[in-house]
Design a binder for this molecule. Structure first.
Ligand code: PMP
Length: 426
C-alpha cells in the first residue's frame, strides 16, 4: 500500500491528531532540524508548531540526540528506577515552586487525570471546578467544556466528546476563565464537595487578569479544595519555575509535560508531599492509596532527553532569548494585521504566540471564540503553501528560531493578507 492509501484506509479521517495545520494534515513529515521540518515530498517549512510545543529547544538538538543515543545503547525501558529518571526528578522538584515530590507519567492527559484523582483522594470529595475552554487533555473530566459549541450554562459542563458517562460529567463544574466573582460563587455553592480547582494559567494564551490566580489560591484555601495548575504548556517554558514562579502563586499540585521530555513522551505531577505520598506504591487502599502508575512512566530515554533539555534550560540567557523571540513575533505579527486594516490582538506569553482578529477585549473562552478564527485558518493555509507550518491558532517558538525567521513569517503574512483580499478567480 502506498503511504497515501495507508493514510486514507488505516487512519480515521486520514489524520494523526485532533488539531492539524490547515490544509497540511495529510503531509508526511520526514525530518526536522532546528526550526525547520521537511515533508517526504522534499518541501521545507519553517515550523511554528514545534511538536505542539514539546520541542522547545529545536528539532534534533545535538545535545538531546546524543543523550537519547547514549541511553538507547543502555536499553529503552525497564519498568524500574534509572539514574536519568532520578536525576530529572530532583531537578524538576528543585525548580518548581511548592513541589516536594513528583510522580512521572507519559502524557499531559495522564498527568491531569492523576492530579484530579490525587485531589479527590486527599480531600475525600468528588467535584472539580475547571474553566470553560480550558484544555487539560483527553481524560473524561478534562473533556468537559473544553471547546463547547452551545450556549454557556455555568456551572453545568458540555462534553466535548461522546462516550463520557454522565456520572463523570456530573462531577465537573465549569466557570468562565478570569471571572473571579462567578468562580467564587460556583465554588462556594459546592464548597463541601469541592476537591479541586484546576486551571491552566494563561489559559490557551488568554491574558491572565491581575489577581485571578491569587484569588483562586484564596478560594481553594477557604473551601478546602486543592489548587491544581496545569503547566503542561507553561512549565519550563515561562521559566524554570513555570507560571507559578512567573505569577508568584503556588499551587498544591501541578502538572508538567511537553518541554520536560525534550520532545519525548514524558509528563509528571508535582506537589505537596502529603498529597503526593498518597500515590506511594505499596500503600493500602484503607490508607488512601491513589494509583498513578504506567508502563512507560519515567521512561529512561525520555528522562535522558529531558535531562539534556534541562541542562540547556538552566543555562543563563535561555528564557531571555525565548521571551525576546515571543515578544518580537507578537508585536510584529499583530502590526502586519493592523497595517492591513484588520484589528488584531497578539495573545500569548514567552515563546507562545497567537493572533486573534478582534476588536473586543479577549478575557475568556467566549470572547476568544468571537475572534475571526476563520480568517486565521485561511491565513494559515496560505502560509503553509508559502513554506510556514502554522495552525493559525497557538504558535510555538523555540530556541532554534531567530529574528530573521520572525521577519520571514511577518513578510509572508503581509503577502498572504494581500492575496486574500483579491477576488478568487471564477
Ligand atoms: N494540558 C494542557 C494545558 C495542554 O495544552 C495539553 C495538550 N496540548 C494537555 C494538558 C494534554 O497533554 P497530552 O497531549 O500530552 O496528553
Amino acid at each position: 500500500m502506498t503511504a497515501e492509501l495507508t493514510r486514507r484506509n488505516c487512519l480515521p479521517g486520514g489524520l494523526l491528531t485532533a488539531v492539524s495545520v490547515p490544509g497540511a494534515g495529510h503531509l508526511v513529515i520526514d525530518r526536522g532540524q532546528g526550526a525547520h521540518i521537511w515533508d517526504t515530498a522534499g518541501h521545507q517549512y519553517l515550523d511554528l508548531l514545534m511538536g505542539s510545543g514539546a520541542v522547545l529547544l529545536g528539532h534534533a538538538h545535538p545535545e538531546i540526540v546524543a543523550a537519547i543515543e547514549a541511553q538507547a545503547r543502555q536499553g529503552a525501558t525497564f519498568y524500574a528506577l534509572t539514574e536519568p529518571a532520578l536525576a530529572l526528578a530532583a531537578r524538576i522538584v528543585g525548580h518548581y515552586p511548592g513541589a516536594e515530590m513528583l510522580q512521572y507519567c507519559s502524557t499531559g492527559s495522564e498527568a491531569t487525570l492523576f492530579a484530579l484523582r490525587l485531589a479527590r483522594a486527599a480531600t475525600g470529595r468528588d467535584k472539580v471546578l475547571k474553566f470553560e475552554g480550558g484544555f487539560h487533555g483527553s481524560n473524561d473530566y478534562a473533556m468537559m467544556s473544553a471547546y463547547p459549541a452551545g450556549p454557556a450554562s455555568y456551572p453545568d459542563p458540555e462534553p466535548s466528546s461522546q462516550g463520557i458517562p454522565a456520572g463523570a460529567a456530573g462531577t465537573v463544574l465549569v466557570a468562565p476563565y478570569n471571572d473571579s466573582l462567578r468562580c467564587e460563587q460556583i465554588a462556594r455553592e459546592a464548597s463541601q464537595q469541592l476537591a479541586a480547582i484546576i486551571v491552566e494559567p494563561f489559559q490557551r494564551n488568554i491574558d491572565l487578569q491581575s489577581g485571578f490566580l491569587a484569588g483562586l489560591r484564596r478560594l481553594a484555601d477557604a473551601t478546602g479544595a486543592c489548587l491544581i495548575f496545569d503547566e503542561v504548556v507553561t512549565g519550563f517554558r515561562l521559566g524554570l519555575a513555570g507560571a507559578a514562579g512567573y505569577c508568584g502563586v503556588v499551587p498544591d499540585i501541578a502538572t508538567v509535560g511537553k518541554a520536560i521530555g525534550g520532545g519525548l513522551p514524558l509528563a509528571a505531577i508535582v506537589g505537596r508531599a502529603d498529597i503526593m505520598q498518597l500515590s506511594a506504591p505499596g500503600r493500602s487502599l484503607a490508607d488512601g492509596f491513589v494509583y498513578c502508575s504506567g508502563t512507560l512512566s519515567g521512561n529512561p530515554l525520555a528522562a535522558a532527553a529531558g535531562l539534556a533539555a534541562m541542562d540547556i534550560l538552566e543555562r543563563p540567557g535561555t528564557f531571555e532569548c525565548l521571551f525576546r523571540l515571543g515578544e518580537a513575533m507578537r508585536s510584529q505579527l499583530a502590526q502586519a494585521f493592523t497595517d492591513h486594516g484588520i484589528p488584531a490582538q497578539a495573545l500569548g506569553i514567552g515563546p507562545s504566540f497567537q493572533i486573534n482578529p478582534s476588536t473586543e477585549p479577549i478575557t475568556d473562552y467566549r470572547s476568544a471564540a468571537r475572534s475571526d478564527l476563520a480568517l486565521m485558518a485561511r491565513v494559515a493555509a496560505e502560509l503553509v503553501a508559502a513554506g510556514i507550518y502554522f495552525t493559525g491558532a497557538k504558535g510555538y517558538l523555540s530556541l532554534a528560531h531567530s529574528q530573521p525567521d520572525i521577519d520571514e513569517v511577518v513578510a509572508r503574512t503581509a503577502e498572504v493578507l494581500n492575496v486574500l483580499d483579491r477576488p478568487r478567480p471564477a
